[in-house]
Design a binder for this molecule. Structure first.
Ligand SMILES: C[S@@+](CC[C@H](N)C(=O)[O-])C[C@H]1O[C@@H](n2cnc3c(N)ncnc32)[C@H](O)[C@@H]1O
Length: 247
């Protein structure tokens, strides 16, 4: 799987130093190095979520063979689950009545984003994950998820490459937790633009750890509503219908 491109490595460094300050950033990198060296016993922060809801979304227990057949693998980023409080903060930035919206997690991994989204009143929730092994775990998690407060029951995780996924025609919230970069992101953005031109509608994009934020910012179909080092939010540009000049 891919490592950050040189430009994206600069993005990560600049973000960490801007967010944390020099001393804290050095401490953060030293701690990360120590964690890497004892990774087999590392306790993941998402284990708390798993215990509460009877699922398995940790990064520390991944199958040896992820069974990825797509050529996009070269540009795909490793599985890492979204922290729960971060997910809530980002979703709060979407100014819409979610009852009419479909939520799509592009690169759904073990399905944690789908489960967290199901606590909101989305009409439907779809995960797109190109690893057969992870998509199967996500489906198992959906079946096992035991929450009294779940608001959306219509959840599924498809095993597919994000570049082949056709967006639903309804208003949509698209979630990206830094799943891929470079050419794959270009193709996915083109698909979003085409879909918006064919079916103009309200569409929001939540992009967590936005290595490729420039690509979204170049799009004429999207406008930025929030942008910081951790995440960016985009909304589809609402185009006025072209008026006829017949009087
Ligand atoms: C950082 S993880 C995010 C996991 C999940 N969205 C979450 O929040 O818990 C990125 C995921 O994207 C998947 N991925 C990478 N490239 C992909 C592609 N081209 N199509 C579908 N999934 C992809 C990876 O297998 C990985 O599970």
């Amino acid at each position: 799987m891919t490592r950050p491109t040189i430009r994206n490595r600069f993005f990560i460094l600049r973000r960490d130093f801007a967010l944390l300050g020099t001393n804290e950033a050095f401490r953060h990198y030293a701690a990360r190095l120590r964690r890497r060296m004892r990774r087999p016993d590392a306790v993941s922060m998402d284990q708390n979520f798993d215990r509460r809801f009877g699922v398995d979304t940790t990064e520390s227990s991944l199958p040896d063979d992820l069974r990825i057949r797509s050529a996009s693998k070269k540009w795909g980023v490793h599985y890492w689950p979204t922290p729960e409080n971060q997910f809530r903060n980002m979703l709060q930035c979407v100014q819409a009545d979610l009852r009419g919206y479909v939520f799509v997690d592009m690169g759904a991994g073990k399905g944690l984003g789908l489960l967290m989204a199901s606590e909101y009143p989305f009409k439907k929730i779809i995960g797109v994950e190109y690893s057969e092994a992870l998509a199967a775990i996500a489906q198992k998690n959906i079946a096992a998820y035991d929450s009294q407060t779940q608001q959306c029951q219509d959840l599924t995780c498809l095993c597919a490459d994000a570049i082949d996924f056709r967006l639903p025609p309804e208003p949509t919230v698209l979630y990206f937790y830094n799943p891929f970069q470079a050419k794959v992101m270009d193709r996915v953005i083109k698909n979003i633009e085409r879909s918006l031109r064919d079916q103009p509608r309200d569409l929001w994009i939540i992009y967590y750890i936005p290595w490729e934020h420039r690509k979204f910012e170049r799009s004429r179909e999207l406008r930025v509503t929030e942008s910081n080092w951790k995440f960016c939010i985009y909304q589809s540009v609402q185009r006025m219908p072209v008026l006829s000049h017949e009087w």
